[in-house]
Design a binder for this molecule. Structure first.
Ligand SMILES: [Zn+2]
Length: 397
């Protein structure tokens, strides 16, 4: 929690103003504030936005700092999952060290919050979770990390996983994850009943990876809605990817979107260029809470993603045909405030009284900020400077 005066910054691309931060919160925004005895940071007319929110990633998976990973595994989902489980040993992937590297890269690029899925399986037990929990602790006051206990290798097909998820939720995981109820476990009702049962027992939210496309994915989504209604979990369930919402059958998709809005189920997208993806403007117009993530970064799955939510804003814009300045500003909003709405963050924003979690953008307008690869000049978490010129101040191990 810090006290600081930020001089000459432009909240959301508006007029240049000063911002006084007291005890980690925005206390005053006005032209030409007196510094009194506060430290002063000159912002040179940069745009200020609330901190970027990485709403779907896997901090435990990156191979950053381990040299180039030669990927010979192909694109089959099960093959990629099996390969990763084995490679974690061969590469000596320490989950704490690797997640520190990934999380601090996000901080350097302007993130103040992240939701990370963390693998829970019968081979690694809770070891990966423990490493990421250590990172969450170590980075308190730098980036807030929310953890989803994620049965990446399947749930019912791997006896013992359910018990481990239960233990993970008792040991500090914030949400319970799930994965392709039909495609992975081949038992959609059993998989979802187990996941929602854990959520109910622990009083925690749900975030399910749903890669299933077309009518199979639509069926899973309907089962998720049924359980959300039955347990009164409106506002506490999210579906990641939801490729089925990108299918061409617009009548079916429209009905699904209306159901999501009614159940207040959030959607998290990466705008994956290789798949059909939910159309963000359609979801936004229907009032569905919507966040964005970069997904795994430099991992055994692919070297293509970057730990940078502005890079991802551009991908979302390209994938959704967002071109106008207003639409680019919307993409930027989804990559920041959108994730905050999905995660239910309190005190998020640039108004007086909000937490002073903010990112500066070196750009003329929000639209330029949404597509520019210029390093973020300054990032603050609760008023404390956490990154300058694209690099976190805390050094990664
Ligand atoms: Zn994922």
């Amino acid at each position: 929690m810090s006290d600081i005066l930020l001089r000459n910054l432009r909240p959301m691309g508006g007029a240049a103003l000063d911002m006084r931060i007291k005890a980690g919160k925005i206390a005053e925004i006005a032209p030409s504030l007196q510094a009194d005895d506060l430290p002063v940071e000159e912002c040179k007319g940069a745009i200020a936005i609330p901190g970027l929110v990485e709403a779907h990633t896997h901090l435990d998976k990156t191979v950053m700092g381990l040299g180039w990973y030669e990927n010979a595994v192909g694109t089959d989902l099960r093959a990629m999952i099996d390969n990763e489980r084995a490679e974690r040993h061969r590469l000596g992937m320490d989950p704490h060290r690797q997640s520190m590297r990934h999380a601090l890269a996000l901080v350097g690029a302007g993130c103040t919050h992240a939701r990370s899925h963390v693998d829970i399986d019968t081979e690694h037990g809770l070891a990966i979770l423990e490493g990421v929990l250590a990172t969450k602790d170590a980075l308190q006051g730098i980036i807030d990390i929310e953890i989803v206990a994620f049965p990446q290798s399947g749930l019912l097909v791997r006896p013992g996983t359910l018990e481990l998820l239960d233990e993970a939720l008792a040991s500090g995981a914030d949400l319970v994850g799930g994965l392709d109820p039909s495609g992975m476990d081949r038992d959609p009702k059993g998989h979802l009943d187990a996941i929602f049962g854990l959520a109910e027992t622990h009083g925690k939210g749900v975030d399910i990876h749903l890669h299933e496309a077309g009518t199979l994915g639509a069926f899973s989504l309907e089962l998720i809605m049924e359980r959300t209604r039955a347990l009164g979990m409106q506002g506490r369930v999210a579906v990641s990817h939801a490729f089925c919402l990108g299918m061409n059958d617009w009548h079916a998709t429209e009905a699904l979107i209306a159901g999501l809005a009614e159940c207040d189920i959030a959607i998290l997208t990466t705008g994956a260029p290789s798949r059909e993806v939910p159309q963000v403007k359609r979801l936004h117009a229907a009032g569905v809470r919507l966040g964005v993530g970069c997904d795994g970064v430099r991992d055994t799955w692919s070297p293509l993603n970057r730990p940078d939510m502005i890079d991802r804003t551009r991908i979302i814009a390209m994938r959704n045909n967002l071109r106008s300045d207003a639409d680019l500003a919307l993409a930027l909003d989804i990559c920041s405030a959108g994730g905050a709405r999905v995660m239910g963050l309190q005190g998020y924003g640039l108004e007086v009284g909000c937490m002073a979690d903010l990112t500066l953008l070196d750009a003329e307008t929000l639209a330029e900020g949404a597509i520019s690869d210029a390093p973020r000049p300054l990032v603050l978490k609760a008023g404390r400077v956490t990154a300058r010129n694209g690099a976190a101040l805390r050094k990664a191990p």
